[in-house]
Design a protein around this ligand. Structure first.
Ligand SMILES: Cc1cc2nc3c(=O)[nH]c(=O)nc-3n(C[C@H](O)[C@H](O)[C@H](O)COP(=O)(O)O)c2cc1C
Length: 220
């Protein structure tokens, strides 16, 4: 269907309606492929928020949720990120690039945000101290790597949800994290586990090629 003559407001309403027809988890997992070419159509902010809200349900150890996400739509910023991503065209051409940032310091400095409100009084204090103790011996690099590991759980949720909502995406590790942090003014101690370019797909992507179950799974 060609959208060129549609008024943008109507188009967004239509896309919003389309979003109610979501793929189930299995269909989304089987259909998802990395998509590196996108239609020019913008991704409505409301839709993106809905997807991010769902992705943020991802679990993390201690429920620390050390991930932070920068949504980049500004063309000049995307151009700068493309340079930091060794020229990967999809970083500039996608309508949206998500920069996944893992910031354990921020999480540890705000433990009250993440400890369940049902845990109160002495138990709450004990939990805070246990968490602080668990990370006290870790150096900065180990902390960043721990937080990045947690953030990949969120990334998995996100990729599946994007597919379920009819969006194409590609996760990327091909970038210079120091340059990405400098461009976005992110703290030096943070890790950047991935960039995710996304938009309405303009290609099908390569057919999946995966190891068979018996190569990966053993039963005892
Ligand atoms: C953590 C991670 C980093 C990746 N980095 C890049 C990248 O920098 N550039 C790119 O084009 N694809 C990148 N990919 C995409 C992979 O090449 C792709 O997921 C893999 O070949 C499987 O193909 P599929 O996603 O189409 O199933 C990355 C994927 C993951 C999960």
């Amino acid at each position: 269907m060609a959208f060129t003559n549609f008024p943008p407001a109507l188009l967004n309403i239509w896309r919003g309606m389309e979003a109610t027809h979501l793929l189930d988890a299995k269909t989304a997992a089987l259909r998802r492929r990395s998509i590196r070419r996108y239609r020019k159509a913008p991704v409505p902010e409301g839709l993106l928020k809905e997807i991010l809200e769902a992705a943020l349900r991802a679990p993390s150890a201690w429920n620390l949720q050390p991930w932070r996400i920068v949504v980049v739509r500004d063309p000049a910023t995307k151009r700068a990120l493309r340079e930091a991503a060794f020229g990967q065209a999809q970083v500039e051409e996608a309508p949206v690039v998500l920069v996944l940032c893992a910031d354990l310091e921020d999480a540890l400095n705000h433990l009250d945000e993440v400890i369940h409100p049902g845990v109160q009084g002495e138990k709450r204090e004990a939990q805070k101290q246990a968490i602080q103790r668990a990370f006290a011996a870790m150096g900065q690099e180990e902390r960043a790597s721990w937080a990045a590991g947690q953030s990949y759980i969120l990334l998995g949720y996100l990729l599946l949800l994007l597919e379920a909502y009819g969006l194409g995406s590609v996760p990327m590790l091909g970038f210079d994290p120091e340059r990405v942090k400098a461009i976005l003014g992110l703290p030096s101690h943070a890790a950047i586990p991935a960039l995710v370019a996304l938009g309405y797909p303009a290609e099908e992507g390569y057919p999946s090629h995966r190891l068979p179950l018996d190569r990966v799974v053993s039963w005892r």
